[in-house]
Design a protein around this ligand. Sequence first.
Ligand code: FAD
Length: 334
Amino acid sequence: MNIAEYKGVFVFAEQREGEIQRVSLELIGKGREIAEKLGETVTAVILGNNIKDKTNTLIHYGADKVLYVDDPALDIYMTEPYAKALAQVINSEKPEIFLIGATTIGRDLAPRVSARIHTGLTADCTGLDIDEESKNLLMTRPAFGGNIMATIVCGDHRPQMSTVRPGVMPLFEKDENREGVVEEVKVKFSKEDRNVEILEVVKEVKQKINIEEANVLVSGGRGIGDPERFEILKQLADSLEGQVSASRAVVDAGWIDRDHQVGQTGKTVRPDLYVACGISGAIQHLAGMEESGFIVAINKDAGAPIFEVADVGIVGDLNKVIPLLVEELAAAKE
Ligand code: FAD
């Protein structure tokens, strides 16, 4: 493999029912930063059926070029046709770096593609950078159950492939005047590319909690005392038009579903406002929320480490502080 032939940062733009997933836009933004360090460009690759009209959005969020494969075979995600199309694009375009969101689809697709094109894959990354000397991609992810952060390089193979957790990278500011190149790629699909048939798509009935997309999070920790107390957190979240999230301690205790967990082994969030209630601020929790826009911490222990990252710290019993906040917010709205 002549690695010098491989150029550019590519991002898989995942869409579901035509809706581009936010993580893909985050990766285009991160891709821009990396591409600028390398003096290269960002290309987004979108696969689907009737998706040409989505290509401009990808340019507005930072892509220089968009390659799209439009085919009925790509209507609903299936591993085989998607892997075939992506492998074809990579083999012909020879990107230096290929980034994919670590969603359920990305986690299925990326290893399949990397095996097909004989390169390495670093899954579930939380950090990406360029090594100044070698210009290799530095891919950082929690390892050994989250006890260490490992930085991995793929020095001898191209592209350097990585899946990246949603919510870790900031969005590039949308610019509707940005212009770029859009090109169609034709892929021939045959019957053999479909070794499964989708008979029916059943959507999960349970309301899907997506704390990564909330602008405001009111997060509860062990200090809330018992699971029923999430109700007062919910009231505060409602008055701030936000959602409830949690530390791992209360998730492990079974007080709330794992979808709500913030932190190194949970979700990485970056809301405009994060209100930490009865959370001590362990390093593994901070890893998931310290990039939030504005952090308010309520804790009865003035020495709790959460206060070190808080913009506003309230030392007090959350059972008293939260109802007062809810009252004040209601009064302010009147
Ligand atoms: P505690 O540390 O017990 O803190 C409770 C806080 O509540 C205390 O500061 C206390 O002063 C305060 N308090 C008590 N009563 C009140 C009251 N009435 N009013 C106000 N304040 C009150 N943790 C995560 O959150 N997310 C992760 O993803 C995660 N991953 C991990 C991965 C690994 C490999 C390991 C080893 C640990 C991980 N942890 C994670 C666990 C982490 O180390 C902490 O144990 C956990 O975050 C503690 O949760 P907590 O802050 O809710 O509880």
